[in-house]
Ligand binder design. Structure first.
Ligand SMILES: Nc1ncnc2c1ncn2[C@@H]1O[C@H](COP(=O)(O)OP(=O)(O)O)[C@@H](O)[C@H]1O
Ligand SMILES: [Mg+2]
Length: 346
């Protein structure tokens, strides 16, 4: 299958470049609705980074992490190349041939040492800090953790997340040693981060949203869509990159395919909402109350995440933008599906 070229993201990439140009001082949370293109943008950015940077990318997606053992295995890329005792020398040798690393490189013997310790987090952070100090003599390290919410509730001697946040603050605000990016699609997690006192004034937020209409049209033009196909694509899928890519790959009957996507999503949402009616009528009414707000508006403000909003967010129907205190459907497809469902229910 043909690989679809990376499209646009000029504005977001400019913002990130400005962050990278300055001394690291804040943690950057990259957030947005699901499948809006966060991971794709970060991967593209890593590929295009000038030599002066050294990116370390860790993706927690789909990783089953229940203890330190799991976490260390994901965070580090174990180097079986032989015994090394000096972190500084090891970091220097790594710099010579730093390809696409997934995780923070560590010699196997040092990894095993951390493993044996009782307080693993202390030793783990100490190693990473020393490693980055050495790297930073030649290049600016960038640590990127994708799908950070995967370990959001993980308790190992207290919440692991707090220890990580503290460490991230040390790397950025205190030592100015390393850029830190944390990526998540999970609105409930970002809401927690946003209201977390320890992070106040120590982080910034960067929204990576679905394409707007103009960007979507340009993308579809690049892939030879006809006028009719473009209208159908925008009307059914909006600017959700993953859906647009599917339409590009469809080749024939793109209009039919776009309409089918909307139909399928509507069916799924109906299933989720109406099965709730049988189980919990009160919750169902509250959920319908939230959804019916979208019959006229594409986005509505909120003060806090009530149980009914949490339900809809948890089912990936609604996206809560904690920074702008705004609720909206996860995509234009979801918006239209909600509207059709409400209209038919009336
Ligand atoms: N800028 C882009 N240009 C082309 N395709 C994109 C772009 N952004 C996202 N996509 C497509 O959408 C899919 C989902 O994007 P992804 O980055 O995984 O979303 P997220 O990480 O926000 O959940 C990707 O696999 C890719 O096919
Ligand atoms: Mg992603």
């Amino acid at each position: 299958m043909k690989r679809i070229a990376f499209h646009d993201r000029e504005k977001e990439i400019k913002e990130i470049q400005a962050i990278l140009d300055a001394e690291p001082s804040l943690i950057t949370f990259v957030y947005g609705p699901i499948n809006s293109g966060k991971t794709t943008m970060i991967s593209h950015l890593i590929e295009e980074l000038p030599e002066e940077y050294a990116p370390f990318y860790v993706n927690l997606r789909g990783r089953f992490i229940t203890d330190y053992e799991d976490f260390l295995n994901v965070l580090f890329e174990i180097d079986e190349g032989g015994r090394v005792d000096n972190v500084a020398e090891y970091a220097k040798s790594i710099l010579k041939d730093l390809g696409a690393v997934s995780g923070i490189p560590i010699p196997i013997n040092l990894f095993e040492q951390i493993f044996e310790k009782k307080d693993k987090s202390k030793d783990m952070f100490r190693y990473i800090e020393r490693f980055f100090v050495e790297i930073s003599k030649k290049r600016t390290p960038i640590l990127i953790i994708d799908e950070l919410q995967v370990i959001g509730d993980l308790k190992i001697d207290g919440l692991l997340m707090y220890k990580l946040f503290n460490f991230f603050i040390r790397l950025t605000k205190e030592l100015h040693l390393c850029h830190v990016f944390a990526v998540s699609s999970d609105s409930l997690f970002i809401e927690q981060v946003y209201s977390e006192a320890m992070l106040e004034g120590r982080c910034r937020y960067l929204l990576v949203d679905d394409f707007d209409e103009e960007t979507t049209t340009a993308f579809l033009d690049d892939h030879g869509f006809t006028g009719d196909e473009k209208v159908a694509a925008w009307n059914c899928c909006g600017g959700k990159p993953i859906c647009l890519v599917e339409l590009v790959n469809a080749k024939d009957d793109r209009k039919g395919k776009a309409e089918e996507m909307l139909k399928i999503r509507k069916g799924q949402i109906e299933e989720i909402v109406y099965s709730l009616e049988a189980r919990d009528k009160e919750m169902f009414d509250a959920v319908m109350g939230v959804l019916s707000e979208f019959t006229r508006n594409a986005a509505v403000g909120y003060r806090y995440l009530s149980d009914e909003i949490k339900f809809l967010v948890g089912k990936n129907i609604i996206f809560a933008d904690s920074v702008n205190k705004e609720l909206r459907p996860q995509s234009r497809t979801n918006l239209l599906a909600i509207r059709e469902m409400i209209e038919e229910g009336d």
